[in-house]
Design a protein around this ligand. Structure first.
Ligand code: GUN
Length: 285
């Protein structure tokens, strides 16, 4: 049986600490989320962000736009938010409808309000200078969870499954910056188990592939970012929890692991932007 990494408890503690920080700030942080269309999961995510922002003392506004909104209209709205001094953070809920130019929309956000860290300018700092950048919310939450359980990744072998801009790619970069040896697997990788069986840390973010206990090295840290529904419609991660829990040393549950930590990451980023402190990931750490 592994140690279950409790994302709910850590999120709650982080929100409480953030609220104390906000109380001392001269301007209350304000997070604006843009939600385009009717994606059911996105609606739930945005409502959750609003709920937990309130606990951290952060103001929120959700701008809902119909599914047939064009790219130009969304960008014009973002420019207004960029110019609004009371708005300290802007989030574009992804995915956007297929006809929208997602890259153009994400890059319309002023880098000083880029709470997800999805602008090219922020990404460039993450891969280039390696400082003064916003760590995307899910990876930031995962790093906080690793720190909470005193898991040092330096010198360890890490496998990240998934190559999205939201999780896989930044997670791999951040683990490498913490001196892990990182392999990225994805949908075209044959025999993923050949990689995961040798890994000290596995981060799964596919929503498709199922990781079973026999694919893990005994004692490994298994971080599950996937969202899947089992045969009964119940939410589960990419991991088959029972078999992974029997083999891993540490494991995140779904729900209750990386989901709440993504919220914590978002709120930490919101407050860092409002206080003009970009979180810095130290390559020497
Ligand atoms: N959709 C799924 N995850 C995320 C995230 O972290 N940020 C945004 N903006 N959209 C998402």
């Amino acid at each position: 049986m592994s140690i279950i990494m409790d994302g709910v408890a850590l999120r709650n503690r982080i929100l409480e600490e953030l609220r104390k920080r906000v109380e001392k700030m001269s301007v209350q942080p304000k997070l604006v989320a843009i939600l385009v269309g009717d994606d059911a999961a996105s609606k739930i995510y945005v409502n959750n962000k609003e709920k937990y922002a309130a606990i951290a003392g952060i103001k929120t506004e959700i701008i809902r736009m119909p599914a047939d909104t064009d790219t130009k209209t969304i960008i014009a709205k973002i420019h207004k938010l960029n110019a609004d001094e009371y708005v300290t953070a802007v989030l574009i809920q992804l995915p956007l409808p297929a006809h929208i130019d997602t890259h153009a929309v994400l890059n319309a956000v002023d880098v000083s309000k880029d709470v997800d860290g999805f602008t090219d300018a922020n990404i460039g700092k993450m891969y280039g200078a390696g400082r003064d950048f916003i760590v995307p919310c899910t990876p930031r939450g995962i790093l906080a969870l690793l720190d909470e359980y005193k898991i040092d990744v330096a010198g360890k072998s890490a496998v990240v499954i998934g190559r999205s801009n939201i999780v896989g790619k930044p997670m791999a970069q951040l683990l490498m910056m913490r001196n892990a040896t990182v392999t990225i697997c994805h949908s075209r990788t044959p025999n993923i188990a050949d990689f995961t069986r040798n890994a000290d840390i596995v981060v799964a973010a596919t929503g498709k592939i199922t990781i079973t206990g026999d694919m893990l090295k005994p004692g490994a840290v298994f971080i599950d970012v996937g969202m899947q529904r089992d045969g009964n419609g119940k939410l589960r991660g990419d991991g088959d929890f029972a078999s992974c829990n029997a083999v891993a040393g540490y494991i995140t549950p779904t729900p209750g692991g990386t989901g709440p930590m993504t919220i914590a990451g978002l709120m930490m980023n919101t407050i860092d932007l409002a206080s003009q402190v970009h979180n810095i990931s130290d390559p020497e750490k």
